[in-house]
Design a protein around this ligand. Structure first.
Ligand code: FPP
Ligand code: MG
Length: 305
């Protein structure tokens, strides 16, 4: 078993910049090909506007890296990777609506409803959500129907009331209230963590992971999902709008409960670092094939947007 210290050294040696420079354009091209302009133009334009607005593409890249980590062919997981980004994008379109967070900027551009109106923005989100599942079912090739079905079921659960939707509901209901760290953790584990988990677990399912491998990857993803959201809370306070590509300081303004509010900035960063270090240790026995996943875990806490 590799020690945590050795693992950090291995991860540092891994060229994440080169890895992302290879993966991000592939994901961009696959996303561009996944939703083509069509009739009715307005809805396809609106879907493409937000889907192709850039972003880190972390969820698709985690999905491909997870497939790779268990020895699978990442190309087979590309439709799933695209579907994850479609779902992430639709959740942001809806999150930005006046009825929710009422935001004007996302990924450095005006939000979907600011450009297309609320009616079309709601429908663009709905269109992306439905299409994501169609896309996995129809476009996943050379993977057994059993694995495809299992991955779809996992993803659907992560999106619904026991996942993103549930997390968003508790988030909205908690605005302006003093909530416990348990409630905040529920919000983050569901609103953000659930899709991170599905990204990692579904990539592994499609690649043919064993139950034991899935269990470890699930724990890895749990930790990095929570760490991601802690860093998001920190960046909302410390980063500028230009760095974030979205309005900064929104959490304070909307009186949202955040980890920095409960723990302070320093302790929040320490907790995120602890979660990532633990996540990396969980993957130690996966060997070199998990190096991209290990490096992506570090990227989550080191990122500036
Ligand atoms: C951003 O959080 C929002 C989310 C991570 C998810 C929001 C979920 C929904 C709107 C439910 C969507 C519906 C389905 C069916 C999936 P944030 O507001 O803390 O971050 P931000 O500063 O980037 O807006
Ligand atoms: Mg928001």
């Amino acid at each position: 078993m590799t020690s945590t210290q050795d693992l950090t050294a291995t991860t540092t040696a891994f060229d994440l910049k080169a890895y992302l420079a290879d993966r991000q354009p592939k994901v961009e091209a696959a996303l561009d090909a996944s939703v083509r302009p069509a009739y009715p133009d307005t809805i396809y334009d609106a879907m493409r506007y937000s889907l192709l607005a850039g972003g880190k593409r972390l969820r698709p890249i985690l999905c491909l890296a997870s497939c790779e980590a268990i020895g699978g062919n990442p190309d087979l997981a590309m439709p799933m990777a695209c579907a994850l980004e479609m779902i992430h994008t639709m959740s942001l379109i809806h999150d930005d609506l006046p009825a929710m967070d009422n935001d004007d900027y996302r990924r450095g551009k005006l939000t979907n409803h600011k450009v297309y109106g609320e009616d079309i923005a709601i429908l663009a989100g709905d269109g992306l959500l439905a299409y994501a599942f169609e896309y996995i079912a129809v476009q996943t090739k050379d993977v057994s129907a059993d694995r495809v079905l299992k991955s779809i079921a996992h993803l659907a659960r992560a999106v619904g009331a026991d996942g993103l939707v549930g997390g968003q509901v508790v988030d909205l209901e908690s605005e302006g209230k003093d909530i416990t760290v348990e409630t905040l953790t529920y919000i983050h584990n569901h609103k953000t963590g659930a899709l991170f988990k599905s990204s990692v677990v579904c990539g592994a399912i499609l690649g043919g992971a064993t139950a034991a491998e899935i269990e470890k990857l699930d724990k890895f993803a749990h930790n990095i999902g929570l760490a991601f959201q802690i860093i998001d809370d920190i960046l909302d306070i410390t980063a500028t709008q230009a760095e974030l590509g979205k309005t900064a300081g929104k959490d304070l303004e909307a009186q949202k409960a955040t980890y920095p509010k409960l723990w302070g900035l320093e302790e929040s960063k320490l907790q995120a670092d602890r979660l990532v270090a633990e996540a990396k240790t969980i993957l130690a026995e996966f060997g070199d094939r998990a190096r991209p996943l290990q490096a992506l875990a570090d990227f989550i806490t080191d990122r500036k947007n």
